[in-house]
Structure formats: structure tokens, C-alpha cells
Design a protein around this ligand. Structure first.
Ligand SMILES: Cc1ncc(COP(=O)(O)O)c(C=O)c1O
Length: 390
């Protein structure tokens, strides 16, 4: 029994976990005011960059005293710039439970070799034991593990009177879930994630404590110009006012401004969170009913509402070796792509074989509701065809 092909298709089949769907209604018209063919340091170019910073601050409801910079090389650039400049004076507690957390562990241990550091690790689907955080240490972690769909539930485990800095990669969390700013000293994200902006640039948010570390500590290793935020021991304040370190894409800047204006038009953070929740609930309702998938994230308390990762529980697939399961997922995702109903929903290459469906605010709930019958249909197709071929 393979079921009949569903009648309704998602209007926008974009469920990738980055670059994520553009905001509803986006067309290239949104870019027409871009400061193209202009020096980014001209008054016009600078004003655009400053507006990108100021609007980001307003939409995120950042506390006073926090600085924001537009930096090169997306979220990775922002994270590595922070780690290379700030780490060293204290041991690091590196929390990891999926692929991107592992990248930062590599930086802390293999590249920077920060002495007396600790790895606090959990397997895919679980959350690392955050209670092990030592307030005397620096901490490095992702807020939302995009490749496992496991996120930090809250900031209660971070001491308000900590001595160390908390360095948080929030690229698939910012604009989609509550972030306890008073507990976070460095927050990074990229434009291509939760608001469906373009790849290329990252944003670096610094608390006053992180800024103070930058001015009081000079790492012993060389720092490429692309990472430098200080000059003569002082913060380069212009960087936080729109003077970028090197040349940005003014097309990407315009796109970021467009998506921030959309975020404002739907009620800012509250409006964004409401959309994320509605999207997640639509998909979760189907998962609860499904007899062939379940969440990879074991516990609802740490389940991501944005990068929703699913494992196949149907014994036919679940009992296969990993490579055969990966092949099944590939066929399933390939069929849905061919039908034009879902793009890019196979799980991350480093994660256990499964599906990953983005439920962030730029996705429409109706499209997720239209997608779920297609998931059932495609799985039944793949199962019956694979069995017939065996
Ligand atoms: C948690 C997390 N960190 C880092 C990255 C890398 O981001 P970028 O490619 O924007 O540097 C990603 C990308 O998906 C991510 O999800």
C-alpha cells in the first residue's frame, strides 16, 4: 500500500536549515535601494551598515551596553574571531552535542590548545550536562544544535556572578527563541539563518564584560587582520558603528535590512516566536501521529523548534545498517525534491541518518501542513520500491 499522491503542494518548498527560506513575499525588488557601486565607507554606505546594526539591536531587544558588529565569514567568522581574541586567560568548558559544537571543540583543543580545558559531550539526540559549567572558566557552546535539533532550554545553569565569559553560537537560535542576554557575553549568528537573509556575513554581539576582556587581554598568538577588533589595546569602536573590517556585500546588507523590516512588521521578537511555535506545533502534531518517525531530540525540554531533526523509527528502516538508512533518506529526500514539494530536508552529513525540517519564522505553517502528507507518501513509495527491488 503506497497511498495516493497528495493533492496539495507546499506553495514554497523551502525547508532548508540554512540558507533558510526567504521571508514570505520576498522578491528581488526588496534589494532595489541597495548601496551598489558605492564605497561602503561613504556616508551612504556607512548609514546602511549602521542601520543594519541599529535595527538588529532593536529587533533583538538587546540590553544597553551590548555592542554589535557586522563581520566577515558568516557565523563561523564571528565565532572564530571571538575565540581567537578572547580565549586563553582561563580554562574553557566546551559543551558539545552535535557537529558545530564539535567544530568549536576542535578550535579550543587542537588549534588554540587552551590549557586545562574540558570537553563536556553528549551524543546526538541528547544535551550535554550543562550543570558542569564552572563559573571560573570560559564556556563555549551552541545555543541550538542545528544538526541534532537539540537546544539549550534556558540560561539557569550560567552563574550571574561568573568570572569567565560565555561564548554562544546562536546562529539557528537568534530571532527564533528566547536568549538570556545577561548570561551571554558573546553571541554570534549569520544572516542566512532564522530571518532568511543571505550568506557571507556574520554578526558578533559583545557584552560589556567581553569588551573589557578584549581591552585587558592580548592573546599570545598572531591574529590576522580579519579577526582584529582592537588597536593599541583599545576596542575599535567604529567596527560597532558600521565600519566593517573589510568590504561587505551591500546587496546582502540591503537584504538584511529588508528582512528586519519584515520582522518589525509582524511584531518583532514576539511575532517571530509566535510563527516559530505555530510552525513547530504543526510539524510536531504530525510526528506524534506518525508510525515511522520520531524526534531525534529525546526530551521535549531541549527539542529545537527551528531545526527539527527526525529519526526513522519504522523497524524496516531502523534495523538497517547506517549506510542503508542513509540511502533510504537520500531516496526519500530525492523523491520529494523531484516532486518539487521539499528541498534540502535530508539530515546534516555528520548527523545520524534522518530528516531535518526547518520550522523558523520565514516558513509558512500552511506549507508545513501541506508537506506532511507528502512525507508519508514518499516514505511509503521508497519502502515499497526498495522492497520490490530486493
Ligand atoms: C550552530 C551552527 N553553527 C555554525 C554554523 C556555520 O554557519 P556559517 O556557515 O554561517 O558560518 C551553522 C550552520 O548551519 C550552525 O547551524
Amino acid at each position: 500500500m503506497t497511498g495516493s499522491r497528495p493533492a496539495v503542494r507546499p506553495a514554497r518548498p523551502f525547508f532548508s536549515s540554512g540558507p533558510c527560506a526567504k521571508r514570505p513575499g520576498w522578491t528581488a525588488e526588496a534589494l532595489k535601494g541597495a548601496a551598489l557601486s558605492r564605497l561602503h565607507r561613504s556616508a551612504f554606505g556607512r548609514a546602511k551598515l549602521k542601520e543594519a546594526i541599529d535595527r538588529t539591536r532593536r529587533v533583538l531587544e538587546l540590553p544597553a551596553g551590548y555592542r554589535i558588529a557586522v563581520v566577515p565569514a558568516s557565523d563561523t567568522g564571528a565565532m572564530e574571531m571571538a575565540m581567537w581574541q578572547l580565549l586563553g586567560p582561563k580554562p574553557v568548558d566546551a559543551f558539545t552535542w552535535e557537529s558545530f559544537g564539535e567544530d568549536w571543540v576542535t578550535d579550543v583543543f587542537k588549534q588554540l590548545k587552551i590549557k586545562d580545558s574540558r570537553i563536556i559531550r553528549a551524543p546526538y539526540g541528547e544535551l550535554a550536562d550543562l550543570s558542569q559549567a564552572d563559573p571560573k572558566h570560559d564556556a563555549v557552546f551552541v545555543w541550538n544544535g542545528t544538526t541534532s535539533g537539540v537546544r539549550v532550554p534556558n540560561g539557569d545553569w550560567i552563574a550571574s556572578d561568573r568570572e569567565g565569559l560565555t561564548i554562544c553560537d546562536a546562529t539557528s537560535a537568534a530571532f527564533a527563541m528566547e536568549l538570556p542576554w545577561d548570561k551571554l557575553d558573546v553571541v554570534t549568528f549569520s544572516w542566512q539563518k532564522a530571518l532568511g537573509g543571505e550568506g557571507a556575513h556574520g554578526m558578533l554581539v559583545l557584552s560589556p564584560r567581553a569588551a573589557a576582556r578584549l581591552e585587558s587581554y592580548c592573546p599570545p598568538w598572531p591574529l590576522p587582520k580579519i579577526f582584529r577588533l582592537t588597536k593599541g589595546g583599545k576596542l575599535m569602536e567604529g567596527t560597532f558603528e558600521g565600519e566593517t573590517i573589510n568590504t561587505p556585500s551591500m546587496l546582502c546588507v540591503e537584504d538584511w535590512l529588508d528582512t528586519l523590516k519584515w520582522a518589525e512588521s509582524i511584531g518583532g521578537l514576539r511575532g517571530l516566536y509566535t510563527r516559530v511555535e505555530a510552525n513547530f506545533n504543526a510539524l510536531a502534531a504530525w510526528v506524534e501521529e506518525s508510525n515511522w518517525v520520531d524526534f531525534l531530540a529525546r526530551d521535549a525540554s531541549f527539542r529545537s523548534p527551528t531545526s527539527v531533526c527526525l529519526k526513522i523509527t519504522d523497524p524496516w528502516c531502523a534495523s538497517m545498517p547506517e549506510a542503508a538508512r542513509a540511502d533510504t533518506v537520500k531516496k526519500l529526500a530525492g523523491l520529494l525534491e523531484k516532486e518539487g514539494v521539499a528541498y534540502d530536508i535530508a539530515g546534516h552529513r555528520n548527523a545520524p541518518a534522518g530528516l531535518r525540517i526547518w520550522c523558523g519564522a520565514t516558513v509558512e505553517r500552511a506549507d508545513l501542513e501541506a508537506l506532511t502528507p507528502w512525507l508519508d507518501w514518499a516514505y511509503a513509495q521508497v519502502k515499497s520500491q526498495t522492497r520490490a527491488a530486493a
